[in-house]
Write a protein that binds this ligand. Structure first.
Ligand code: 5GP
Ligand code: ZN
Length: 113
């Protein structure tokens, strides 16, 4: 298993884990771009958004619900936050195991860089 995020999900590589269940792991980004920067990943190895099919709908829904719950537990729910999924080169994806970025604790800019 060569994938970095698979290794984080299995505990082989340490990370500051915020939440974990059978289908996902949430942990702090090693290079945070905001005061709160948490990655939410599926337990199963899915490379990009392009690999999703309808069988993943519940998983992605549950990851989104988890993100909103984590935003509340981080205390950024009311002030606001951003949920981002980068896909391939133009999206700026660097780790090819699907992940959501939960970013908050500062004013986000639009358009994004
Ligand atoms: P992407 O650019 O693929 O959307 O996001 C990958 C994210 O993974 C980046 O924000 C990067 O800082 C984070 N990251 C890369 N390697 C590690 C690691 O070993 N541990 C943790 N916690 N985050 C990582
Ligand atoms: Zn993986």
């Amino acid at each position: 298993m060569a994938c970095l995020f698979c290794k984080i999900a299995s505990g082989e590589i340490p990370a500051e884990i915020i939440y974990q269940d059978d289908e996902m792991t949430a942990f702090r980004d090693i290079d945070p771009q905001a005061p709160t920067h948490i990655l939410i990943i599926p337990s199963q190895h899915i490379e990009t958004l392009n690999a999703l099919d309808p069988s993943h709908a519940e998983l992605i829904g549950n990851m989104t619900l988890a993100a909103a719950r984590i935003a509340a537990s981080e205390g950024i729910q009311q002030q606001g936050y951003r949920l981002v999924m980068n896909c391939n080169q133009d999206g700026g994806q660097t780790v090819f195991h699907l992940h959501m970025h939960l970013l908050g604790g500062r004013q986000m800019l639009w358009p994004p860089g």
